[in-house]
Write a protein that binds this ligand. Structure first.
Ligand code: FAD
Length: 343
């Protein structure tokens, strides 16, 4: 078939290229490439070699996504594969496709965002190929002469940074990327050539996708917002959480976040949790309101550019990482702040 011909043609051109050649897994939703993948692409570029992207999806989805993916800055080629099975991708159906591509084409690295789906997909494909996968990396450096790649990744809730080296004995180096550690790649580059790869249909997959429920919000997405206003246990209940934080988030055009204590107590949705077991954010402005600053919370926000804390306890650990701290009752301070910020 034409697809097989194209695959063979690319395989030949890849085999002759010296140096690293990364394959970046590009996720998308509603026709838009996920922001985390743009950071994964930047990490792939730092390897210093060629970068090819791959998008998978249902035929209709790909019609919309392929032209956008082709224009991602830094991509020299784009592979795409469509199937009804890929419309709601799950690792069990995508993994055989990646295994096929990786056994036909000479990629040195496989790169993905540290997203919930890639966290499930990447180790699976790596295990099938009997190589390790390195997760949540914050830097990459490739030594071409030694064919070795060195990564850093936070461990112990960000209290230590591990340096991990993947030597030449690992033929394909798999890694997922912490999006806050890399700038997003541009989306208006020269058009990369694209080639279709035939899908691999999985009969009777052990897991099936039933439905996806997405939390809808008019606010900026917590993961990529440049300003975040977060509330903790001090917000008392869901009503007070909303009534106190929303006016401030509105005047700042900010996303809303929460500590785990606030989420566990039902004041805020799970998707808003910031921290070791929630989202890792690094906005321009992070405001922690009534949050004590436990290390598990700091793990998710301490790289924010400007940290502002309001807490009535002057000894709260959050003040150790805050650039600006206000020892005050948030129920006095926040409404006053909203008044002052109002245009
Ligand atoms: P608290 O620690 O109870 O702090 C409330 C703060 O509000 C206090 O400092 C208090 O002085 C202040 N306060 C009270 N009233 C007012 C007022 N009127 N005005 C101003 N200030 C006021 N936590 C996370 O956040 N994210 C995670 O991802 C996460 N993962 C975890 C993973 C593990 C394995 C474990 C063990 C814990 C994890 N935690 C996580 C929980 C973490 O240890 C803390 O329990 C949690 O962050 C505390 O939330 P908090 O700061 O809202 O509550």
């Amino acid at each position: 078939t034409r697809a097989q011909f194209l695959t063979r043609t690319i395989a030949r051109s890849y085999a002759t290229s010296a140096g690293p050649h990364a394959l970046v897994f590009l996720e998308h939703r509603d026709g838009v490439i996920d922001a985390g993948c743009l950071s994964a692409l930047s990490a792939a570029k730092e390897l210093g070699g060629e970068v090819t992207g791959i998008v998978v999806g249902g035929p209709e989805q790909l019609k919309e996504v392929i032209p956008k993916a082709q224009k991602l800055e830094g991509l020299s080629a784009l592979l795409h594969s469509s199937s009804a099975q890929y419309a709601s991708p799950i690792p069990e159906t995508i993994s055989p496709l990646l295994e096929k591509i990786l056994s036909n084409l000479a990629f040195t690295h496989v790169v993905a965002a540290h997203s919930s789906s890639a966290k499930s997909l990447i180790p699976r494909v790596a295990a099938k190929l009997d190589v390790p996968a390195i997760s949540d990396v914050t830097s990459v450096e490739h030594n071409n002469a030694e064919n070795a790649t060195t990564f850093t990744r936070p461990i112990y809730a960000g209290n230590a940074i591990a340096t991990v080296r993947a030597p030449s004995s690992i033929p394909i180096k798999f890694f997922t990327v912490r999006s806050t550690a890399f700038k997003a790649a541009g989306t208006d580059g020269p058009e990369a050539k694209s080639s279709e790869v035939e899908s691999v249909e999985v009969t009777d997959p052990p897991t099936q996708h039933i439905r996806t429920e997405i939390t809808k919000s008019d606010r900026p997405d917590l993961g990529v917002a440049s300003r975040v206003v977060s509330g903790g246990r001090a917000l008392k209940n869901a009503e007070t959480f909303k009534a106190t934080l929303e006016p401030l988030a509105d005047v700042l055009g900010a996303a809303i976040g929460a500590s785990r204590a606030a989420v566990d107590a039902g004041y805020a949705d799970n998707s808003l949790q910031v921290g070791q077991t929630g989202k890792v954010v690094a906005p321009e402005l992070y405001m922690a309101l009534g949050i004590s600053g436990a290390i598990q919370h700091l793990a998710g926000m301490k790289d924010s550019k400007l940290i502002v804390a309001i807490n009535k306890d002057a000894d709260a650990p959050i003040f150790q990482v805050a650039d600006l701290g206000l020892v005050a009752d948030l129920y006095d301070a926040v409404p006053e702040l909203v008044q002052k910020l109002k245009p």
